[in-house]
Design a protein around this ligand. Structure first.
Ligand code: SF4
Length: 301
């Protein structure tokens, strides 16, 4: 494609954009955060939730969250522990605290309106490079390189010709993403979501459906004969037996309790006392659980 070492010509870029955006228009999923009436706050909530949780699990949580907290000010008025409770089983619950902190900053510093400026978004607590670009792009239709895991995988294969991207986003990927951006805001915003959708639906991590891919004829990885990945070991997603699993079990007790929880109720969730104590210490250190006395805990107030 999508040639690599040299910058693609403007005509090649336009053809690429037309191909991918055309595919998107015919294949995009109908998701609530993509509808015209989705507020910038709704887009921000979806981006926090989608970072490490699949769409199917996010959908009901997203709807419930926005019904309870339709604005940043509504969330900021509640305790952070309520955000942790509503986060439920989406996983990686520190995102709930970060979203609450962002809502508080938006309420206090931006009159309750999600800022449309990329730098202002990036300055919000809990908002990193990806989320700032995604909200600016999807909610405000601006031109930004939006590099999530799906986009990075598509570029790794179609542009660079390797099966998987590096473990962490690097300068070369950012350069590629910028080079491929359409010139106008509106088209760049559509391009961003279109490449992301292609990665989510077709160029998937384990079973890319290359025969159904609009980039098949030009894909660098295909043209190289689909060489297997040869980089450093990829991060695994093991869960069973990890501290993450123990943290999830402890937090579930606190979420369901609606009040103070005595140590004894936590001690029964996991047999290994050392691992259990380590997981609880971690939850306290992360601000997800508050000790309120000897052996008594609650969600943060
Ligand atoms: S042809 Fe296959 S590997 Fe290449 S971009 Fe499409 S789905 Fe991904």
């Amino acid at each position: 494609m999508v040639a690599t070492a040299s910058t693609p010509t403007p005509a090649a870029l336009r053809a690429l954009h037309t191909t991918v955006i055309g595919w998107y228009e015919g294949n995009a999923r109908d998701l609530p955060w993509r509808t015209p009436d989705a507020s910038p706050w709704a887009v921000m909530v979806s981006e926090f939730m989608l970072q490490q949780t699949p769409v199917k699990r996010v959908l009901p949580a997203y709807a419930a969250w926005l019904e309870r907290w339709p604005t940043p000010a509504a969330l900021a008025a509640d305790a952070p522990g309520e955000a942790v409770r509503m986060w439920g089983r989406l996983g990686y619950p520190r995102r709930a605290l970060r979203l609450h902190a962002a809502a508080t900053a938006i309420t206090e510093q931006h009159d309750g309106a999600v800022p449309d400026d990329h730098a202002a978004l990036l300055a919000l607590p809990g908002v990193g490079e990806y989320t700032a670009a995604a909200v600016a792009s999807f909610a405000f239709r601006q031109r930004h390189a939006v590099l999530d895991t799906n986009v990075r995988r598509v570029f790794a294969r179609a542009v660079t010709g390797v099966e998987y991207p590096a473990n962490a986003t690097n300068a070369a990927e950012r350069r590629t993403a910028h080079e491929l951006l359409p010139a106008t805001d509106e088209r760049a915003a559509t391009w961003a979501v279109a490449v992301m959708e292609l990665g989510a639906l077709v160029c998937t991590a384990r079973g890319p459906e290359c025969g159904a891919c609009p980039l098949f004829a030009e894909c660098a990885w295909q043209r190289a004969g689909c060489p297997p990945y040869q980089g450093p070991a990829r991060r695994g997603q093991t869960y069973e037996g990890t501290d993450r699993q123990v943290r999830g079990k402890l937090l579930a007790v606190l979420r369901d309790a609606h009040g103070l929880v005595e140590q004894g109720r936590l001690d029964v969730v996991w047999p290994d006392a050392i691992q259990r104590a380590r997981a609880l210490d971690g939850l306290v250190a992360d601000g997800l659980v508050e000790p309120v006395g000897p052996g008594t805990y609650r969600l943060p107030q």
